[in-house]
Design a protein around this ligand. Structure first.
Ligand SMILES: Nc1ncnc2c1ncn2[C@@H]1O[C@H](COP(=O)(O)OP(=O)(O)O)[C@@H](O)[C@H]1O
Ligand SMILES: [Mg+2]
Length: 250
């Protein structure tokens, strides 16, 4: 049986209930063990060690060039580290063969500064596409997409194309797409880089809501001001190094 009516707030909560039940308990999701990444002309990461536990909301703050994006690329195994080891749970991500790497990446939702939406597909189709990629049925797609659009407050944009949407709406759609397959971790790399203060605040609040519903969140930004309202852990990076790691942003 599908959902014929507009989803209620309780449906949205239920949608993420299982996630909270399974992943609510404390355990390591990410472990960087003395990780360095040296490019020809730049030291992007230098001897970086930290742990992120399930359920955390971690902001990574640093100026442009501090190494934030490189850090996220290490988690997704897009490039190998020069030194050190990166674990997702107990998996050494850089030892994975391609099929296992695809499976790992499916457990991580990624949000970028420039949205990376499919411009020839509607909001609904953008999310459906991500579900088709992991073998979801038409019924599952028809049932889940309205829920996730409700969660990001975008129900009224179901049949709109990205070009017909504001920057804030596009980023909310990108977030919906990132969470639709219920990943354990969301990585949002400068998600508010192209947004005004009002939309920035909304995006940060949506990420916080997703975190409250049980998903671990990593948010990178060069703008410390945007995470003041979050009041969660902040890792500060300078020149590829972690220079501060504080429990609360306030
Ligand atoms: N593919 C690459 N090749 C060479 N240098 C790179 C590459 N990616 C990043 N860097 C360099 O590594 C440093 C960190 O970059 P990056 O991780 O993108 O920082 P941030 O995301 O904090 O702005 C910068 O000096 C950057 O120029
Ligand atoms: Mg970056």
């Amino acid at each position: 049986m599908g959902y014929s009516t507009t989803p209620t707030k309780d449906d949205v909560k239920y949608f993420f209930f299982v996630r909270t039940k399974i992943y609510g308990k404390i355990r390591e999701v990410i472990y960087f063990n003395n990780v360095s990444k040296i490019y020809k002309d730049a030291t992007a990461l230098l001897d970086v060690t930290f742990v992120i536990e399930a359920g955390e909301f971690v902001s990574i703050v640093g100026h442009s060039g501090a190494g934030k994006t490189t850090l996220t690329k290490m988690i997704l195994a897009e490039e190998p580290p020069t030194d050190g080891t990166v674990f997702f749970e107990s998996i050494d991500v850089h030892k994975l063969k391609s099929k296992d790497l695809t499976n790992l990446r499916r457990r991580i939702g990624v949000v970028f500064q420039d949205y990376k939406l499919l411009s020839n597909k509607t909001a609904y189709e953008n999310i459906a596409f991500a579900m088709e990629a992991v073998g979801k049925t038409e019924e599952e797609i028809a049932s889940d997409v309205p829920h996730v659009l409700e969660l990001v407050d975008l129900s009224h944009r179901l049949n709109h194309f990205p070009d017909e949407m504001s920057g804030g709406e596009k980023q909310r759609l990108a977030i919906a797409r990132a969470i639709i397959n219920q990943p354990e971790l969301i990585i949002a790399d400068e998600p508010t880089g192209n947004l005004d203060p009002v939309n920035t605040h909304e995006i940060v609040q949506i990420l916080k809501k997703i975190n409250d519903l049980g998903t671990t969140v990593i948010l990178t930004t060069h703008n410390r001001g945007i995470i003041e309202s979050v009041n969660k852990r902040v890792i500060t990076m300078e020149n590829g190094k972690i220079v501060r790691d504080t429990k609360h942003s306030k």
